[in-house]
Design a protein around this ligand. Structure first.
Ligand code: NDP
Length: 326
C-alpha cells in the first residue's frame, strides 16, 4: 500500500515538504475485515483546516475515496463491490467496515462512480442542505454563490435555477465564468478581473440579494453583505480564502450592516443532516439522470500527484470537482 503522510502541520500554504509518500505491506484481512483498493480519491478544501484539528504529524492525510473491495471477510461488503471509505490518502486500506458506506445500491451504469465524491456525494449534499435547510430558498428569489464553479457551488447554482430563482455566481477565471453560463447561471463574473466587486454585484442584481451561499469568506463577504436585501439570509458553508492564514481570523464583517438590514447568518456542516443522506443522494441522482444536474470534474491522474492536486485546489486550478485517479 502507498500512503501520503502529513509530515508537518501546514504553516501557511501547504508545501511539498509537508507530505511524504510511504509504502507498507498490509497484513491479510482478519475476520470481519476487508481489503480495499482506491479507485477515485477526493481533494477537498476541508482537508486544510481539519488537518489542524483532526490529525497529528505522522498520520495518513485525511480524506474519502471510492474504493473497490478486493478481499473480504465481511459479508456486508462483498468482493467487487464499491464503497465510500474514509481511508485517507492511501491506495490500499484494511477496514472492519465501520468507516465504510456502500456506494448507493443500483448506481446507474451510465453515471461515473466518481460522482459519489462530488455531485452525488458530500459536496452535492452540502449544496442541497445549504439551500433547503439553512437558506430556505424560495422560488423567485435571487441567490449569490461564490466559488461557484467548484464542486459545491456548481450544484448550488443548478438547484437554485431548477427552483426558479435568479442565480449570480462568482469564480476565479474566464473559463469558469463560461462554465457557469453553460450551467444556466443568470449572471456570472470573474472576481479577479472585474475591478470593483461592489459594482459587479450591483450590476448583476441591482435589486440586491435575498440569499448568499458563502464559500469564500474574507473581503468578499464584507462587500457582499452590503448588497443583501433587508432580511437577507446567508449560509456560511466555507471560508476558503482564509484557510491558509497564519494569523487568527478577525472577521471582516460589518455588524452595522447586519443590524440595519436585519440579516440572518448561519454556519453549517453537511453532517448535521446525516440522517437524511440516503434519501438526499437519491434526489441528487434522480436530477443527474433527468439531465437537470450537470457535473464537471477536474481529474488528476496518478496517486503520486495527490499533494499537487490538493495544492492546486487551494489556488483555484479546478473547474468542478477535484478527483484523483490512482
Ligand atoms: P471547490 O471545488 O469550490 O474548490 C475550491 C475553489 O475555491 C477553487 O477552485 C477556487 O475557485 C476557490 N478558491 C481557492 N482559494 C481561494 C481564495 N484564496 N479566495 C477565493 N476563492 C478561492 O471546493 P468545494 O466545492 O469542495 O468547497 C467549496 C467551499 O465549501 C469550501 O470553502 C469548503 O470548505 C466548503 N465546504 C463546506 C462544507 C460544509 O459542510 N460546511 C462541505 C463541503 C465544502 P475560484 O477560482 O473561483 O477562486
Amino acid at each position: 500500500a502507498k500512503k501520503w503522510i502529513l509530515v508537518k502541520h501546514f504553516d501557511g500554504f501547504p508545501k511539498d515538504s509537508d507530505f511524504e509518500l510511504k509504502t507498507e505491506e498490509l497484513p491479510e484481512p482478519k475476520d470481519g475485515e476487508v481489503l480495499l483498493e482506491a479507485v477515485f480519491l477526493s481533494a477537498d478544501p476541508y482537508m486544510r483546516p481539519f488537518s489542524k484539528f483532526r490529525m497529528n504529524e505522522g498520520d495518513v492525510m485525511i480524506g474519502t475515496q471510492v474504493a473497490k473491495v478486493i478481499q473480504s471477510n465481511n459479508p456486508a461488503f462483498p468482493v467487487g463491490s464499491h464503497v465510500i471509505s474514509r481511508g485517507g490518502w492511501s491506495t490500499h486500506t484494511l477496514s472492519d467496515g465501520t468507516d465504510l458506506t456502500p456506494v448507493m445500491a443500483d448506481w446507474p451504469q451510465d453515471v461515473p462512480l466518481s460522482l459519489a465524491l462530488g455531485t452525488v456525494g458530500m459536496p452535492g449534499l452540502t449544496a442541497l442542505y445549504g439551500i433547503e435547510e439553512v437558506l430556505g430558498l424560495q422560488k423567485g428569489e435571487t441567490l449569490l454563490v461564490n466559488a461557484a464553479a467548484g464542486a459545491v457551488g456548481s450544484v448550488v447554482g443548478q438547484i437554485a435555477k431548477k427552483m426558479g430563482c435568479k442565480v449570480v455566481g462568482s469564480a476565479g477565471s474566464d473559463a469558469k465564468v463560461a462554465f457557469l453560463k453553460e450551467l444556466g447561471f443568470d449572471e456570472a463574473f470573474n472576481y479577479k478581473t472585474i475591478g470593483s466587486l461592489e459594482e459587479a454585484l450591483k450590476k448583476a442584481s441591482p435589486e440586491g440579494y435575498d440569499c448568499f451561499f458563502e464559500n469564500v469568506g474574507g473581503p468578499f463577504s464584507t462587500v457582499a453583505l452590503q448588497q443583501m436585501k433587508d432580511f437577507g439570509r446567508i449560509a456560511v458553508c466555507g471560508s476558503i480564502s482564509l484557510y491558509n492564514d497564519t494569523a487568527p481570523q478577525t472577521g471582516p464583517y460589518s455588524h452595522l450592516t447586519m443590524i440595519i438590514k436585519q440579516l440572518k447568518m448561519e454556519g453549517f456542516m453537511q453532517s448535521r443532516w446525516e440522517h437524511k443522506h440516503a434519501e438526499s443522494l437519491k434526489r441528487l441522482m434522480a436530477w443527474v439522470k433527468e439531465g437537470k444536474l450537470h457535473s464537471r470534474e477536474h481529474i488528476t491522474r496518478g496517486f503520486e500527484n495527490m499533494p499537487a492536486a490538493f495544492m492546486g485546489l487551494l489556488q483555484g486550478d479546478n473547474i468542478g470537482k477535484a478527483i484523483i485517479t490512482v
